[in-house]
Design a protein around this ligand. Sequence first.
Ligand code: UGA
Length: 358
Amino acid sequence: MLGCGGFIGSHLLDRMLGDGRFRVDGWDPEDGKIQAHLGNPRFRLHRRPANAPETRAELEQAVRSADAVINLAAICNPSEYNTRPLSVIHANLFDVYPVILLCAEHGRWLVNLSTSEVYGRTIAGYLPGGGYDDPDLYELREDETPLVLGPVRNQRWTYACAKQMVERLIYAHHMEDGLPFTIIRPLNFFGPRMDYIPSRDGDGVPRVLACFMAALLAGEPMRLVDGGRARRTIVSIHEAVDAICRILERPQAAQGEIFNIGNRDNEVTIAELADRMRKTYARITGDARYNDHPIVETSAEDFYGAGYEDCDRRMPDLTKAERLLGWSPKVPLDDILLETMTHFHEAHAAGRPAAAGP
Ligand code: UGA
């Protein structure tokens, strides 16, 4: 498991090591989120990035003896796509290619965590007046939907483009060398341990959940980029991990396939998400003033810098995941937010200022 120390990896380890049937060799320089597993005899952590030259022999040995190679390693934070574009391209493309080659050479099953961002913007999003009354123009279907990325000067797309190239490399090796593969396209997995709270356990601008949570904890306004009009569908990390485990348990059904993993029922605009989060936080703290926690609007340029462009909407078609994996997510957004925000509140609330209120 490459990148085992991150948000998804930490939850996947909880499930796989808790289950007792798996033995995991993990690579990650960070272990803060996986402390609970460090002494587990079924888990071996290599505290290095998988691309470190000195780890090559160990990695090759592990790939040769593995039933599956799960790649979770990525720079996947939108605030870095246009500010550190070369690092983003290297981490998400060039650092992954040697792993693809090893899997192809040894005929090992590569389960690659890609991204819904490979779809880019929807066709509806480009039509004057919008075309959102026609699902054919916005629904994301793994094997049919065109992948529509913006211009090169909008460097937001460095990540999507690198991830798309990895998908195409994997597919090409499948066709030419018989590489067994499964590609997962996550759509906004939310849960405890996602990202970090700036200036508390990390630095920079994390994804929206942690940005809004940080604002609530600090008594500062939640900031809506471009009015918070973009839409996202949000799925529980626990159900997402269940989907990954179903893939691992069903090689015959899952190999050679690309799967969207998301939850169609949990679609919100980012403006709605901000409102749901402040109401959830009022419930968690018992402080009704959070119901009216300030929300302000900001431009994408001010928030992310030049070269940011947003994905307008992400509505996954999930019929393949249901048909081949028997997976269909059920946890409603309010339950996901309650669990996740309670986790952050318990980890960080001590010493926070009182609610800012109107
Ligand atoms: C990110 C990654 O790029 C994807 O690869 C990943 O799959 C996805 O997260 C995910 O979690 O699945 P995105 O959803 O655009 O994509 O990332 P966020 O940073 O969570 O932004 C979501 C929306 O919230 C965007 O419209 C953004 O402009 C907005 N936002 C973010 C705000 O309005 N305020 C903030 O403080 C932060």
